[in-house]
Design a protein. Structure first.
Length: 291
């Protein structure tokens, strides 16, 4: 998989609107696209940093350079994957800012992961609930709970401009991996419906370009997931099928490095369909239509 050219050099800020700047971390991969995008929100009187990114000294130094003399009043994390939250601790140590945002991830079991990407060292000073506010001198950010990609995922709405920082819930380059046990397709679809009912002007995702037609994008994502459901049900019409075979049928031409991630999303769909009594498990990795 050849990575696309970066839209903006790493370590430099791009101003998206008066209160929002974006910086790209140097961590491109099949999971992160061109890299994690960290957002600086506010002005010289006080800033919030959204998704500080990986614990990478060059990225943290570049953020500190972009921050300059402005006080950092909050470090916000949408969720605790290692490309999003590990930079919070060194940035907090350098600025004295509190780490605010999603809850630490608590897993019921230690099942397999698509990329072993969870930040177990994440330690927030304050956990935000849905609808709670972070007030800056020039801006107000509201937490929007969007579980699904992970159980602790938050988006952040910039009240003054109608922008929504969507983390990995809605991305500008790909659909989101939903990997059980912490990823939950039912929750993910509910969260998509929640965003569709909002009137946000623009989405700023953690990966990929900004999304200028948010409702159109979300409507398309809902339709895409329903299409995947139909593909799964059709695949099971002939009898028991493994997830591996379903991935090969449903994702022709997909980079083989992403097959496991695709399989995790297929599993999330199967679990959701099982809860709705449409499919059943017939073996360790065999699935059938429910009787």
């Amino acid at each position: 998989m050849n990575m696309p050219p970066r839209p903006w050099p790493t370590g430099e800020t791009e101003r998206l609107e008066p209160l929002v700047r974006r910086m790209l971390a140097n961590n491109p991969s099949p999971f992160t696209f061109t890299g994690t995008q960290t957002y600086l929100v506010g002005d010289a009187r006080g800033l919030a940093v959204i998704d500080p990114g990986p614990d990478d000294a060059e990225h943290i130094d570049a953020l500190l350079g972009a921050i300059g003399d402005a006080p950092v009043l909050a470090i916000l994390c949408t969720h605790t994957h290692r490309d999003h939250s590990p930079g919070a601790a060194p940035l907090a140590a350098a600025t004295g800012a509190p780490i605010i945002g999603c809850a630490p991830l608590t897993l019921e079991d230690d099942g397999p992961r698509a990329d072993a990407a969870f930040d177990t060292s994440y330690a927030p000073d304050t956990v935000l609930k849905d609808g709670e506010l972070v007030r800056l001198p020039s801006a107000t950010l509201m937490a929007v709970a969007t579980p699904g990609h992970t159980s602790n995922h938050l988006c952040f709405a910039l009240i003054e401009s109608g922008a929504l920082f969507t983390g990995d819930h809605v991305m500008g380059w790909s659909t989101t991996v939903v990997s059980p046990p912490d990823g939950d397709m039912s929750d993910y679809m509910i969260s998509l419906d929640k965003l569709y009912e909002r009137a946000d002007r623009v989405y700023y995702p953690a990966h990929g370009p900004q999304i200028d037609k948010p409702q159109q994008m979300v409507r398309g994502m809902i339709g895409h997931r329903r299409m995947r459901e139909r593909q799964i049900l059709r695949a099971l019409e002939t009898g028991p099928v493994t997830i591996e075979i379903m991935v090969a049928q449903m994702y022709p031409g997909l980079d083989v490095r992403l097959h496991r991630a695709a399989g995790r999303s297929v599993l999330a769909h199967l679990i959701d369909l099982q809860r709705r009594d449409q499919v059943a498990q017939a073996g360790e990795d065999l699935w059938v239509l429910a009787a």
